[in-house]
Ligand binder design. Structure first.
Ligand code: DC
Length: 229
């Protein structure tokens, strides 16, 4: 059987990664978090004290960056930056806007395209990001656009930051999320938008279990639960 791909796109904080991870476990597919790749580039740019909005400066750093991805037995995706495991560091709150800024450059996106497509050629994947259904995997067997009201997404992120021991005031979390929504959907290169053939899932009123059920139902209806080979 051919490898299948499920693309999950949507704004920050919609629950993409948690839900996609869970779904991948259920289906025996590989979960690929593409935001982590942009975060890894953002981290290198930050360490070099380069302005992330400066495309020329960012592009000049790309040849120095070797990105590695390893997937543990548990399906956990580890990110390697020139051999160093940066999985935890790229999750620091200040890395989100760096990732968003570097991801706006067309040259950065082109540079990362083949890496993402290769993963989908070699595995059954559930890939989450902003442009998976529209640009990276336009032939994905199933595309889901996962969203929720921005206030609800900010509340979820606020709770997550508390759990991680790095709390931030709600107003700050909300403002940053609004800025990221704006950046990610207004850039010229592969902006965040729902693919025409994507199924829209709004989780504003759904808790985690309900969201998971909604996604599983869609997968069963559209794809059947296929074993992955
Ligand atoms: O999913 P995330 O929050 O970890 O993503 C960080 C940033 O990376 C996000 O603000 C926009 C960018 N991104 C992107 O442009 N395209 C993707 N496929 C995934 C993430």
């Amino acid at each position: 059987m051919k490898h299948y791909a499920i693309a999950i796109d949507g704004p920050a904080g919609a629950g993409k990664s948690t839900l996609a991870k869970k779904l991948a476990e259920r289906l025996g597919a590989l979960y690929v978090d593409t935001g982590a790749i942009y975060r890894t580039i953002g981290l290198y740019v930050k360490r070099k004290n380069v302005e992330p909005k400066d495309e020329q400066a960012v592009v000049s750093l790309l040849p120095q960056i070797e990105i590695g991805m390893t997937f543990g037995e548990d399906g956990l995706q580890h990110m390697l930056l020139n051999g160093e495991d940066v999985t935890t560091e790229i999750r620091l709150p200040e890395m989100s806007l760096y990732a968003s800024d570097v991801s706006a450059h067309a040259s950065v996106r082109t540079y990362l395209l083949e890496m993402q497509r290769k993963l989908a050629r070699e595995n059954c994947v559930i890939m989450d990001g902003r442009d998976i259904g529209t640009v990276v995997l336009p032939d994905a067997e199933l595309k889901i656009f996962l969203t929720a009201a921005v206030e609800e997404r900010a509340r979820r992120r606020e709770r997550e930051l508390i759990r991680r021991g790095t709390p931030e005031p709600f107003e700050k979390v909300l403002a940053e999320m609004q800025q990221r929504d704006y950046n990610d959907s207004h850039r010229a290169a592969a902006p965040l938008r729902q693919a025409e053939d994507a199924v829209l899932v709004d989780t504003t009123e759904l808790d985690f279990a309900q969201s998971e059920d909604a996604l599983l139902r869609i997968v069963e209806e559209r794809l059947g639960v296929k074993p992955c080979r």
